[in-house]
Design a protein around this ligand. Structure first.
Ligand code: PAF
Length: 283
C-alpha cells in the first residue's frame, strides 16, 4: 500500500487535485483513533480523494499545559490514515494557518453560549475559526465530523449554513468501545479504575432512551433518571446531563424523537462528554 502523502501548504495540496475529482476532508488534531478512522473510511468511500488534516490548533486549548501535553504522532497518524484509505495528510505549520498579522475570529451566536461553551470560554470561537480556515484552504466537497462532539457539530453546521460555505458537512455516528464508552483521545488519560467506571455515561444515556421509548417524555424526569445512574459511580462528577434540541442545543422540556441527550462529567482529571439521539426511528 502506498502511504498517504504529507502536505504542508494549501498550494501543494491543490497541485495534487485533479480536475473534476471530488475531495473529502476529515479535520483532526492528529492522535488518530478508531473514531477518526471510521470518518476517513467514509470520506475515502464517498470521494475520489480523501484528505485528513492533522493540525493541533493552539487557539482551542484553554490551558497551555493541555496544549503542551497533547500527543503528537504524525508518523503513526499517517500510517493509520493510510490504512483507512486517506490519500493526503494535510499537516500545516501554525504560521500557515495563522500567518503573521492574523486578526479574524469566527463567532457563532447562541449555540456556543451553552454547555461546553460555559466551561470552555473561547473554545468554540477557536474551533469555528480554524474549521473555516481549513475548509477554505482544503476546499472539500464534503467535510466529515463525528457526532461525538455534538455541540461542535451543531455549531459547525450553523456556521457553514450562515456563511454559505461551499460543500457539505457530513455527520458521522460515534464509534464506541465494546463496553459502550465513546472513543476519544482523552480515554488514554483514564487510570484503570477510572476507565472501568467511564461506560456509566453511555449506560445513563441508554437508560434515558429506553425510558423515553417506554413513554416517559418529561426531559426533567429523564435527566434525573440518567443522573441517578451516573451518580452510582462515586468517582464521577457530573457537570450536565440534559435533553436538548439537536439543532440549537437548547434545553427541551419534552423529549421528542430526534432530541439529543447530552452529558459531560469529570473522572479524576479527565473530562468526558457523550450524547445519544433519543427515540431514533420513531416519529
Ligand atoms: O474535533 C476536533 O478534533 C477539532 O475540534 C477540529 C474540528 C479538528 C478543529 O481543530
Amino acid at each position: 500500500m502506498t502511504g498517504a502523502i504529507v502536505i504542508t501548504t494549501p498550494a501543494e495540496l491543490r497541485d495534487r487535485y485533479q480536475l473534476g475529482a471530488s475531495v473529502g476532508l476529515v479535520p483532526t488534531m492528529g492522535s488518530l483513533h478508531e473514531g477518526h478512522l471510521s470518518l476517513i473510511r467514509r470520506a475515502a468511500a464517498e470521494n475520489d480523494l480523501a484528505v485528513v488534516s492533522a493540525f493541533v490548533n493552539p487557539t482551542q486549548f484553554n490551558d497551555p499545559f493541555d496544549l503542551a501535553r497533547y500527543p503528537r504522532s504524525l508518523e503513526r497518524d499517517v500510517e493509520l490514515a493510510t490504512s483507512a484509505g486517506a490519500n493526503l495528510v494535510y499537516a500545516p505549520e501554525v504560521a500557515t494557518v495563522y500567518p503573521a498579522g492574523f486578526a479574524t475570529r469566527v463567532h457563532v451566536d447562541r449555540i456556543t453560549e451553552l454547555w461546553e461553551g460555559e466551561s470552555r470560554p473561547g473554545h468554540f470561537d477557536a474551533v469555528a475559526t480554524v474549521v473555516s480556515i481549513l475548509l477554505n484552504q482544503v476546499r472539500p466537497d464534503r467535510a466529515y465530523f463525528g457526532e461525538k462532539d455534538f455541540q461542535q457539530l451543531a455549531m459547525i453546521r450553523q456556521m457553514h449554513r450562515d456563511l454559505a460555505v461551499p460543500g457539505e458537512i457530513v455527520a458521522c455516528p460515534t464509534v464506541r468501545e465494546p463496553d459502550g464508552l465513546a472513543m476519544s483521545s482523552r480515554n488514554a488519560r483514564l487510570s484503570e479504575g477510572e476507565r472501568a467506571v467511564a461506560p456509566v455515561l453511555y449506560e445513563a444515556l441508554r437508560a434515558m432512551d429506553e425510558a423515553a421509548r417506554g413513554g416517559e417524555r418529561s426531559s426533567l424526569k429523564l435527566a434525573i433518571l440518567g443522573a441517578l445512574i451516573v451518580k452510582r459511580a462515586l468517582e464521577i462528577e457530573l457537570e450536565y446531563l440534559q435533553v436538548v434540541n439537536p439543532e440549537t442545543v437548547e434545553p427541551l422540556e419534552v423529549a421528542i424523537p430526534g432530541a439529543r441527550a447530552i452529558v459531560a462529567a469529570t473522572i479524576g482529571d479527565t473530562r468526558l462528554i457523550d450524547n445519544l439521539e433519543l427515540l431514533s426511528g420513531e416519529s
